[in-house]
Design a protein around this ligand. Sequence first.
Ligand code: SAM
Length: 248
Amino acid sequence: MRGDDGYFDERVAARYDESAADMFDPAVVDPVVDFLVELAGSGRALELGIGTGRIALPLAKRGVPVHGIEMSKAMVARLRAKPGGEDIDVTIGDFATATVDATFSVAYLVFNTISNLTTQAAQVACFRNVATHLEPGGCFVIEVGVPGLQRLPPGETARVFHISETRWGIDEFDVANQGLTSHHFEIVDGRVERFSTPFRYAWPAEYDLMAELAGMTLRERWSGWRREPFTSDSRKHVSVWEKPPVPE
Ligand SMILES: C[S@@+](CC[C@H](N)C(=O)[O-])C[C@H]1O[C@@H](n2cnc3c(N)ncnc32)[C@H](O)[C@@H]1O
């Protein structure tokens, strides 16, 4: 049974940075931070699902005050143990509903984490929750994969997304319900460990509708943090929705 930490419990948190080592590479992190610094301007940033601080710590180092919302105390303990980690405020809770007594010029949800909300209702609630935390003219940024259905052969429900000497990943689709379970198998200390997480995938247009329900409009959509064009072949998108500025 899942505890209060959700899927990122003590066992997962202990190995998170190592398992996601490629995502901590400065070549991956720096463009994200550059993008967010620009949007934050002189304001504050809110990270939903702050985790161990992969993005929040370098962003704070660039002078942007960051507040996190995070369900997993185990992940936050890893953030706290890093240099600068004690200085970042974190609200423990579900980012679809948790509130923070502040407003922000940018809120962001990276690394497919919107899909950790496994119902449409929870994803809509998340957009609405973000909108209430944004200043007028503030932005909500999401980085999430485009559903990989074109790579799923007809009649199949599973697709391998990673193979290496010590790690294997298989995505299992439930197409009727826009559901996806990512199964990770890894050799740790000579034993195979399994970690499976459920996701709800959605097309970019559905997120646009969620944004509209929350009173925000699409401002930019790219296939990467360096503002690469979003095309029919893009595997992910970086989308920015804007809360309307106060009318003059
Ligand atoms: C894939 S990790 C990303 C962590 C960090 N943002 C990064 O980029 O490395 C997803 C994080 O979101 C958190 N999370 C997932 N669903 C959540 C929810 N509904 N409310 C709060 N945190 C959540 C998890 O505990 C985990 O720390």
